[in-house]
Structure formats: structure tokens, C-alpha cells
Design a protein around this ligand. Structure first.
Ligand code: FAD
Length: 373
């Protein structure tokens, strides 16, 4: 497994502390050599500076990469934004010019496993990671586009910025960053996803299942938890029931009790038409009918991923005894990952897996390799 590519110093994953350019914008020198006495000199210097700056910007634009790469930011343009729910949309971004190298970059990463890219917010100079969705089956090989399922956090800097962009706006990104390699001989994946953590689950399905052949038929089971039905409208479970007897990972962190006495068969609770993400999960299922199963869990319906749901799949499948052939992947908000498998940790400027904790540790699933995304 590869660690994530480190973030260069000037792009912070979180808030920058007092960016220097903001402070300088308000700085007024009282000892300017241009004051009143030599206005022509000021005009000349400003003109030269502007010409130089223009040339510099033009040369940078000309040299700007048109192929996604991890070292510099490549400008993409926003060509569509389709709502998935009240809080998230699928963004489609197109590379600046048709460039056959992008096809190669994407193809190599799809073969490897789960990956992300970093978007830049130009005004605040901050970067955030996002997970490309697999190409649509219906797409006529438009290799220049990448799609992302992005949740709008009303208090989040980057997601608010992205959701406010107009069509045609530029979004700069760099990558790919490999988040988790899926070994070639992987047989089974149990993917436990919370919210937009479904994007890497779709990636895992795409990478794993395209390796299907006459003798190799890998399987993936996805457990997808959301706070509201709206987030996974139209999703139907492949297993019969989901647990209502446990507190959700979310309630553990906010402290309220959501224990419910009722048993809900949440298969019947989704009369609405399927959301775009549910449609993509369904498309994967119809392409590989025997190899994909998905179960949906909704906090507001008191259905939660608990030990029973994990064990249903982890213990009821006949496993290859080589651990790396069987993977449990956990992806979602920090609290969700901590609840399932314990927190990831930062050390020496890198994000590391941390020890296995949470409910998965209590299940003693020694035949599975467990990875937190
Ligand atoms: C590998 C990877 C892949 C990802 N893929 C996706 C994806 O496909 N789709 C997606 O939607 N997201 C994805 N994310 C999450 C994404 O990177 C961002 O973290 C997310 O969009 C929020 O960023 P933001 O700038 O909008 O919010 P931020 O500005 O970072 O804020 C996040 C939240 O924290 C709160 N907060 C911030 N600072 C403080 C503070 N000092 N005190 C208290 N509260 C604070 C904010 O109010 C807000 O609610 C991924 C993350 C990783 C690591």
C-alpha cells in the first residue's frame, strides 16, 4: 500500500493561518519614493511591472500542464453540476484540451485501485481531496472528463466554493493520489461507506470487477450509511433486513440516543425515483449481477451498520485464507471511520492507518485485510 503523496508546504489541507498576501494587501507604505514628486516614474514602473506580470502569467498559462499530474495543478473546466440530493451534486470537469496522456493516466490509476485528486481554491490557497467517480457505462469514451460526487458543507470553505461555481469555471487539480491499491488477486471486498464515502466504493467496484474473467469472479458487498433517505433515494437492499438495535456512529459523537425498538425492512421505505448515485450502483449490479450487493442504512430511519451487518457478509462467505485476497475498506467522515475501525493518525507529516479499533476490531476478522480511507 502506498502512503498518500505529501502536500507541498504552501497548500494547506486545513485553514491557512493569516495568509501573507491578505495582510500585505492592506499595508500602505508611508515612505514611498513615488509620493507626489515623480509621477512619471511611478507610471513607468507600474507599466513595466504590469507588462512583466502579463508575460509571466501568459508563459505560465502556455506552460500549464494539460495532463493530470501530481506535481502541478492542471486546469479543468466545469461542464455540468447535477443534484444528487439536497446536500450533494455530481460535478463533471473537462480537461482543457483533448490530450491522449490523460487517458493513460486515468487508465493506470483505475487498474491500481482507489485514488483521489486535490482541488485548489485559488483565493484562499487551500487544497482539498476529492474522489473521481468511475466512467459511466453510457459514456462514449469521453476520457477527458472526470466526475465527482461532492457534498455541500454549509460551513466548509472548499465545498461552498465549488457549489457556487458557474458553468465553464476553472477548477485546478493535481493528482492522482493512490489511496489504496487493490491487489490483482483480491477475491472479496466488503466496503463500509458513510455519505460521500460511496465514491471510493464505486471506484473499488470498478477496479475489482473489470478483472472478472472465466475463472476469476471477484465480489463486492457495499454497506452504505447516510443520515437521510434523500441521500440514497430509491436504494433497495439486497439483504433482507438492517439493524435498528444499535446507536448510529453519528449519535455516538453527538451524544443523542437513537435506539429504536422497531424492526424496519428498509427495502420498502424508498418509493422515490433513484438518485444518480443509486443509479450508478444499480448499473454496476446489472453489469455484474452475481458479484455486487448493496445494503442501504439511513440514520433518520433508524437503520445502522452494526456488527451483525458486517458479520453477515464477513462470516457467511467462504474465504480464501490468504488475507490480502479479502479486503474490508472503510470510508467516510472521520467519526464514521473511527467508530468502525478506529482513527487514522498523523505522524511525520503523513496520515497513517493507526491501530485497528472500533467495532471491526471486536469482530476478530483475521482473514480480512482492513484499510481505512
Ligand atoms: C482522500 C479523500 C477523498 C475525498 N473525497 C471526497 C469526495 O469525493 N466528495 C466529497 O464531498 N468530499 C470528499 N472528501 C472530503 C473533502 O476533501 C473535504 O474535506 C470536504 O469537502 C470539506 O472541505 P471544505 O473545505 O468544504 O470544509 P472545511 O473548510 O475543511 O470544513 C469542514 C468542516 O469542519 C468545520 N471546521 C473547520 N475548521 C474548524 C475549526 N477550526 N473548528 C471547528 N470546526 C471547524 C467546518 O465548519 C466544516 O463543517 C475527501 C477527503 C479525502 C481525504
Amino acid at each position: 500500500m502506498k502512503p498518500k503523496i505529501s502536500t507541498p508546504g504552501f497548500f494547506l489541507r486545513r485553514y491557512p493561518s493569516s495568509p501573507a498576501h491578505v495582510i500585505r494587501r492592506h499595508y500602505v507604505s508611508t515612505s514611498s519614493p513615488f509620493k507626489q514628486r515623480r509621477p512619471w516614474l511611478r507610471v513607468a514602473v507600474v507599466t513595466i511591472a504590469a507588462t512583466g506580470l502579463g508575460a509571466y502569467v501568459r508563459s505560465r498559462q502556455e506552460n500549464q500542464s494539460t495532463t493530470l499530474n501530481p506535481l502541478s495543478f492542471t486546469p479543468y473546466s466545469l461542464i455540468s453540476k447535477e443534484p444528487v440530493s439536497s446536500s450533494g451534486s455530481i460535478f463533471t470537469l473537462k480537461a482543457p484540451r483533448p490530450d491522449s496522456d490523460n487517458e493513460r493516466v486515468y487508465e493506470e490509476t483505475w487498474e491500481t485501485g482507489i485514488w483521489s485528486v486535490m482541488f485548489k481554491q485559488p483565493q484562499l490557497q487551500i487544497g482539498r481531496d476529492y474522489t473521481p467517480l468511475p466512467p459511466l457505462l453510457t459514456e462514449d469514451g469521453d476520457e477527458a472528463t472526470l466526475r465527482f460526487y461532492i457534498r455541500r458543507d454549509p460551513f466548509g470553505e472548499m465545498s461552498r466554493y465549488l457549489h457556487g461555481l458557474e458553468m465553464g469555471a476553472t477548477v485546478e487539480m493535481r493528482g492522482p493520489q493512490i489511496e489504496c491499491e487493490i491487489p490483482e488477486d483480491t477475491q472479496r471486498i466488503l466496503f463500509i461507506a458513510g455519505g460521500t464515502g460511496i465514491a471510493p466504493a464505486l471506484q473499488a467496484g470498478h477496479t475489482l470487477l473489470r478483472r472478472t474473467n472465466e475463472v476469476h469472479k471477484p465480489t463486492i458487498h457495499i454497506l452504505w450509511a447516510n443520515r437521510r433517505r434523500d441521500d440514497c433515494a430509491g436504494g433497495h437492499n439486497n439483504s433482507t433486513m438492517t439493524s435498528t438495535s444499535q446507536r448510529s456512529w453519528f449519535s455516538r459523537f453527538v451524544g443523542s440516543s437513537t435506539t429504536s425498538p422497531a424492526v424496519v425492512e428498509n427495502d420498502s421505505s424508498s418509493p422515490s425515483s433513484p438518485s444518480l448515485v443509486v443509479k450508478e450502483l444499480e448499473a454496476l449490479r446489472s453489469q455484474y449481477p452475481e458479484q455486487v450487493t448493496v445494503d442501504y442504512f439511513v440514520d433518520e430511519e433508524n437503520t445502522f451498520i452494526g456488527k451483525k451487518e458486517i458479520l453477515n457478509f464477513a462470516k457467511c462467505t467462504s474465504l480464501q485464507q490468504t488475507p490480502k485476497r479479502n479486503m474490508i475498506l472503510v470510508s467516510g467522515p472521520e467519526g464514521f471511520i473511527s467508530y468502525m475501525a478506529g482513527p487514522k493518525v498523523w505522524a511525520q507529516g503523513m496520515e497513517l492507518q493507526g491501530s485497528l479499533q472500533g467495532i471491526i476490531k471486536e469482530l476478530n476478522l483475521h482473514e480480512w485485510m482492513i484499510w481505512k480511507l
